[in-house]
Design a binder for this molecule. Structure first.
Ligand code: UT7
Length: 307
């Protein structure tokens, strides 16, 4: 089977750490409420744009990579620095690759963006000598209403990046969307530029589509969850992930989480998790992992691949 081999990873969380207690006194909330309802303890905010965060994560991911082989840069984001140029083009410039023949563009599939981008990278890479730089990057603090206690405690800023190439190996994907704007909207309206979410609706949607997406890729690969080493879900809420592993009769050890430290970083959460797992030496050659995204659009999807 033709798959995608991830050669390297990098990540860059926003530079300012904000704890749950930092919100106390500013809005009507508590560390206890946020921890028990979400599992989040801290998040990182940045004064820099998502392009800057993408560049920093990309610099780490390419540090031991032959840059001349990069033929594709994709940045998944719903908070791009500009309408144009794309974050991906700004990464190309920052890496000094202006003269190189590279297709560069951003993808907006909200929190599913990185999973979509992996599938796109696999489709666009022509041969095994070409590399794709695939990034998820968000500056969500830019679109969060800090007076809305039901959303402002959830999100964080950061970026994760991978360099991948085509290779023989497992790559089974399932990506989908439902074209339902509510219950998760962030518009470009000048008088209301904030993200609005009906939390309970999104919670129900998330648990349903994560289970569906995991089962879908397992079925397509004719495998069971026992054959898989790690599942990396979009990091939105620990209770969502707990629901999923209980429903699938699996164990917490298989489901990596780092949302306690970073909160929900939308399209950045999965590549940041992969990079952190890689840094900790958790990912070994040949391991089977599932990445699962879900979010605004509504969008969702999963990929089962070999490390
Ligand atoms: O990346 C996109 C995907 N997003 C998600 O996956 C988010 C999915 N949804 C969730 O994670 C949860 O629904 C939330 C964490 C957003 C909310 O948790 P919940 O258990 O669903 O709470 P709720 O919305 O039912 O609210 C329960 C109560 C309400 O008060 P009343 O009406 O019962 O008096 C809220 O006003 O909790 C209140 N509340 C808070 N209280 C203290 C909401 N936010 C807070 C807060 N601190 N920060």
């Amino acid at each position: 089977m033709e798959g995608l081999k991830i050669l390297s990873t990098g990540y860059y969380p926003g530079e300012k750490v904000v704890t749950n207690t930092d919100f106390e006194g500013k809005i009507d909330t508590s560390d206890e409420w946020i921890t028990t309802r979400t599992g989040i303890k801290r998040r990182h905010f940045s004064s820099h744009s998502s392009a800057y965060l993408a560049i920093e994560a990309a610099r780490q991911a390419v540090r031991d990579i032959d840059l001349s082989k990069i033929s594709l840069i994709i940045c998944a984001t719903m908070t791009p620095e500009n309408a144009t140029p794309s974050n991906a083009c700004l990464v190309q410039e920052a890496l000094g690759l202006q003269e190189q023949s590279i297709m560069c563009f951003d993808v907006n599939a909200a929190c599913s963006g990185f999973v979509y981008a992996l599938e796109i990278a696999k489709s666009l890479l022509v041969n095994k000598d070409q590399y794709a730089l695939v990034i998820g990057s968000e500056q969500l603090s830019r679109i969060v209403d800090f007076t809305d206690r039901s959303t402002c405690i959830l999100f964080g800023d950061g970026a994760g990046a991978v360099v991948a190439k085509k290779a023989d190996g497992l790559f089974v994907s399932y990506n989908d969307a439902s074209g339902t704007a509510l219950p998760l909207v962030a518009s470009f309206e000048k008088d209301d530029p904030y993200l609005h979410m009906q939390g309970q609706e999104v919670f129900k949607f998330a648990t349903k589509v994560i289970v569906k997406s995991i089962n879908e890729v397992l079925q397509r690969a004719q495998m069971t969850l026992d054959d898989v080493d790690y599942v990396v879900c979009h990091q939105a809420n620990l209770r969502i992930i707990q629901y999923v592993y209980k429903k699938l009769k699996s164990s917490p050890d298989k489901f990596f989480t780092n949302l306690d430290e970073y909160g929900n970083t939308s399209a950045a959460s999965i590549p940041m998790a992969l990079a952190e797992m890689n840094e900790k030496g958790l990912l070994k050659e040949g391991m089977k992992i599932i990445v699962v995204g879900f979010g605004g659009g509504l969008t969702w999807g999963a990929t089962l691949m070999e490390w």
